[in-house]
Design a protein around this ligand. Structure first.
Ligand SMILES: Cc1cc2nc3c(=O)[nH]c(=O)nc-3n(C[C@H](O)[C@H](O)[C@H](O)COP(=O)(O)OP(=O)(O)OC[C@H]3O[C@@H](n4cnc5c(N)ncnc54)[C@H](O)[C@@H]3O)c2cc1C
Length: 468
């Protein structure tokens, strides 16, 4: 029986998720004249990975030399899995949309010469501003309203989505011609900064509807954090010295994160002290990254002079890659009417096998958000299918399931670095008995399977073409 307390809305485009990707998608769709609803699990403007962070972005004016230099520097880390066309496209759209922010009144800081500095987006200000832009564009926002299932019409085309309003328990249901999944990455309940809402809901909904995922073998990214803290921001660690418990230095030899992770996975505690930062830098770090210092201030530690234990926290596809595979230049997926953007979509096209942290991720969210929102499907009344029939939520009634026991299972499997950081069959199936080196294939085939023979490129198929 249908739940009587259901909020039912109609839209041309429904966007799930209100981080940078979702807000840019909503704005682009509204610019195209579409009636747009944006539903977020949390509060648009403070929810998701960008809101509490500072994200560096690709802000490269159209100077082919500069853009090519960035691509050349990133290329080896992609293991050849990225697509230059997509990288160029993301750079271009990111540059244009960041300028649009400035034209709309976003207060970018200026450097000593008075020039605006636009290659860094201060998360809390940026996302607060994006909420304002979304409001100005006439988009209807549903806060605290997680999307829980996609609605399909009789032809298997996406016809909207349904979810629940967390404050009232009411079910919401939006009938729409297109749905953009911008629900962020998956760092399932790892408690990393900004990631508490990033449980991969969009990946599940898309997969249930028939979309496919790609690049999930590159989703094991961990961030360093002071032990017990959620803050995985990496910047202060550039000026860190790392030591073992007995005070001997951790020899990092190039791959600092890998070496520190190796020691931690072997059960050897690692300590850090930010003693490489000079006085001026210390002041600047405190000012520019205030939330990095909260855990230290609370514990009464001066991180510049006193060493503190560090730990790894899963950031998953938020800073790694892997997600819904895009099949078209408008960020379409295998399912008609379903589009994906930002961390919810696999970022292999610009990052390949590597993390896109430090600029590409933020720009991917901007560019794919804009592309997913502005597609032909965003035209008013365009391609509206059926209503999708009664949703499973409505059929089940209003009693929410007890998810705690279910949630602990993926957490146990996905969070511990022992299981995921250095993968092989040995570490995946018998976690806890030490670490083995990273391997391009983690199936334990000993180099015999097709993936190992052909290299990681074998994991890709049906690459979407970027718009030219
Ligand atoms: C500490 C940290 C620092 C980072 N620094 C950088 C950097 O310097 N440069 C860079 O390029 N990238 C950086 N990143 C990565 C960057 O933050 C992400 O790539 C970016 O936030 C992706 O945007 P998004 O909109 O796809 O996802 P998010 O910003 O995570 O937003 C996802 C939104 O979806 C909502 N949501 C989730 N599930 C549902 C659901 N079921 N229904 C409705 N809504 C839902 C969430 O509430 C959230 O608002 C950093 C990440 C972290 C964690």
């Amino acid at each position: 029986m249908a739940d009587p307390s259901t909020l039912t809305l109609d839209a041309d485009v429904l966007v799930l998720g209100g981080g940078p990707a979702g807000t840019w998608a909503a704005i682009a769709a509204a610019e195209a004249g579409a009636k747009v609803v944006l539903a977020d699990k949390g509060y648009v403007g403070t929810s998701g990975a960008t809101a509490p962070s500072n994200t560096g972005a690709w802000y490269l004016p159209p100077d082919p030399g500069r853009r090519e230099a960035v691509i050349a520097q990133r290329w080896p880390g992609t293991l050849g899995l990225a697509d230059r066309g997509w990288m160029e496209c993301v750079m271009e759209l990111s540059w244009r949309r960041i300028d649009q922010l400035a034209d709309s009144g976003y207060p970018f800081p200026v450097d000593e010469a008075g020039r605006p500095y636009r290659a860094n987006l201060r998360g809390p200000d940026y996302m607060r501003f994006m909420r304002q832009l979304v409001g100005r564009a006439g988009v209807r926002i549903l806060d605290h309203a997680p999307g829980l299932e996609l609605l399909l019409d009789g032809d298997g085309r996406v016809a909207g989505a349904a979810g629940r309003r967390r404050n009232s328990g009411e079910i919401w249901r939006v009938h729409s011609g297109a749905v953009v999944i911008a629900t962020g990455g998956c760092a399932f309940l790892s408690r990393a900064l900004g990631c508490n809402v990033l449980t991969g809901d969009g990946l599940l909904m898309a997969a249930e509807a028939g979309a496919d995922l790609s690049g999930m073998e590159f989703s094991s990214v961990y961030g360093l954090a002071p032990l017990g803290s959620a803050v995985t921001k990496g910047l202060p660690f550039f000026w860190a010295s790392f030591t073992h418990e007995d005070g001997t230095p951790v020899e990092t030899q190039g791959d600092r994160a890998g070496t520190v992770a190796g020691a931690l996975v072997q059960g050897r505690p690692v300590y850090a002290v930010l003693d490489r930062a000079d006085e001026a830098l210390r002041g600047w770090l405190r000012k520019s990254q205030p939330n990095c210092f909260l855990p230290f201030d609370r514990a009464g530690i001066d991180p510049f002079t006193q060493r503190f234990p560090v730990n790894l926290r899963l950031e998953g596809t938020v800073r790694g890659t892997g997600g819904i595979r895009l099949t078209g230049e408008d960020c379409a997926t295998l399912v008609p009417g379903l589009y994906a953007a930002g961390d919810a979509a696999t970022r292999e096209d610009i990052g390949g096998a590597n993390t896109g942290a430090g600029g590409p991720n933020a720009s991917w969210a901007i560019a794919t958000g804009a592309l997913a929102g502005q597609g032909r499907h965003a035209s008013p009344g365009g391609r509206r299918g059926g209503t999708g029939g009664a949703s499973r939520l409505e059929r089940r009634g209003s009693a929410p399931a007890d998810v705690k026991p279910l949630a602990s299972l993926p957490t146990r499997w996905s969070a511990p670095p022992r299981r995921r950081c250095f993968r092989s069959t040995a570490t995946t199936t018998a976690a806890g008995r030490g670490s083995t080196p990273r391997s391009p294939c983690w199936t334990g085939c000993g180099g015999r399977c097709a993936t190992a023979r052909r290299g990681p490129a074998a994991t890709r198929s049906g690459r979407a073409r970027p718009p030219r």
